[in-house]
Write a protein that binds this ligand. Structure first.
Ligand code: NAD
Length: 395
């Protein structure tokens, strides 16, 4: 028997949680449909970069508190089941309910009466209640809970122990299970109703997405007036607490923020001006850069080098990365496009030194820490929307 089964436990959210719970002494079994990921993790290798996770993974495997399986049968052998699968929007930017429907249906034969099912994916509000209904209709008596994950990729191994955990359940027994489980990680638990918890998670992500859009719009306004955004940014934020949370400009991408803004828009019957505007601003930034370069330079005769293809700094995660969108647009407008990333393995990338040497224009698209103090000749045109080099962000 296992204390906990984590469905989707080889993913960016599932694996750090599985490792930390196993490190707290729980007997954890990871169930994942990806046989390849299960094999990799079982060997003690992280399938993606997550700061500080590799050593702890090897420890919990050696301790025997973490095991892995690609068979759903292990669900039946577990007291608590945590489900953390991806919840994308479809090609029309609508929530894709089918992913949850299919995953719950696949697991249904293995669920047992008396088990606690904790949903931890970011979901369209009301999904937890639907899952609760499906299980009851199937004759199962389970405690259904919704406890969203709010970690920042790359910081999971510290944030899992430091962030307050939002917990909710349809039954008092389920809520107590959540208190006991997440109480292993933190002393701060925030108890709400399931739909409140679902909305709290969406609000958390969309708040960030809109803040990034504000910074990006400010960046474009300053730049259009030939002013360096970062001089203005410094003036606004320097020892001025009320503006301290103004983010730097840069690509706001990845598998969560955009799709969660669209989930919230769908939940509000498509009426979400701020969310849609944020999407237009953030998704429009790559094209804005290219159009600016076209006005200033003979772009179609030049080689452009992109440094950073991951969607965020110090990460190998390229899911929904705007660097790839930038490259696609440049492939139409520039003479040629080269790209590099110290974290990403991708056949289309070249060594960084080669990209720097060959490019007429360099764009720092991802704020990897390796780029700070990078030796780029001063006479080479450099676009640094994040101001990683500290030379400003003017295009
Ligand atoms: N990535 C983040 O930083 C982050 C942060 C907070 C919340 N979230 C949310 O967490 C959820 C998961 O995101 P992620 O980034 O970990 O996704 P991911 O794609 O990295 O991981 C999902 C895992 O689930 C597995 N899987 C998919 N369907 C399955 C099934 N039916 N049975 C068993 N395994 C299955 C996949 O093989 C994969 O390993 C999403 O809802 C996301 O919005 C993500």
């Amino acid at each position: 028997m296992y204390d906990i089964c984590v469905i989707g436990g080889c993913g960016h959210v599932g694996l750090p949680l599985s490792i930390t719970l196993a490190d707290r002494g729980k007997k954890v079994i990871v169930y994942d449909i990806s046989t390849e990921a299960v094999h990799t993790v079982r060997q003690g290798t992280m399938p993606f970069h997550e700061e500080g996770a590799a050593g702890l993974l090897q420890k919990v495997l050696a301790d025997g508190t973490l095991e892995l399986s690609d068979s759903p049968a292990v669900i039946s052998q577990s007291k608590i089941v945590i489900m953390i699968i991806g919840t994308p929007v479809d090609e029309h930017l609508n929530p894709n309910f089918q992913v949850m429907v299919d995953s719950v249906n696949q697991c249904m034969p293995y669920f047992r009466n008396g088990q606690t099912l904790i949903l931890r994916s970011t979901v369209y509000p009301g999904i937890s209640e639907r899952v609760n209904d499906w299980l009851r209709e199937a004759g199962l008596t389970m405690n259904v809970c919704f406890c969203p994950e709010r970690i920042l990729e790359g910081k999971a191994m510290t944030e899992l122990y430091s962030l307050p955990q939002i917990i909710s359940s349809f039954t008092p027994a389920g809520l107590q299970e959540c208190r006991d489980l997440f109480g292993l990680l933190t002393t701060e638990l925030v108890e709400v109703q399931p739909t409140e918890a679902e909305l709290a998670k969406l609000f958390t992500n969309v708040w960030r997405y809109i803040k990034f859009a504000v910074a990006n719009q400010f960046y474009m306004i300053a730049n259009d007036y030939n002013l360096d955004f970062y001089k203005v940014y410094h003036a606004v934020t320097h020892r001025y607490d009320r503006a301290r949370d103004l983010p730097k400009a840069g690509f706001a991408a990845g598998p969560c923020l955009f799709k969660d803004a669209m989930q919230l828009a769908a939940f509000n019957n498509g009426n979400f001006y701020l969310g849609h505007s944020a999407m237009l601003v953030n998704e429009g930034l790559p094209n804005y850069i290219v159009q600016k370069l076209k006005v200033k330079y003979l772009l179609n005769k030049m080689t452009v080098g992109i440094l950073g293809m991951a969607f965020k700094g110090n990460s190998d995660d390229i899911r929904e990365s705007l660097s790839y969108k930038l490259r696609k647009i440049l492939q139409v407008h520039a003479g040629s496009v080269l790209s590099a990333d110290p974290y990403v393995t991708d056949d289309s990338l070249l060594p960084q030194a080669e990209v720097i040497a060959q490019a007429d224009i360099l764009i720092i698209a991802t704020p990897h820490k390796q780029y700070q103090g990078l030796d780029i000749p001063l006479n080479k045109v450099t676009v640094d929307i994040w101001n990683v080099l500290g030379r400003g962000g003017l295009i």
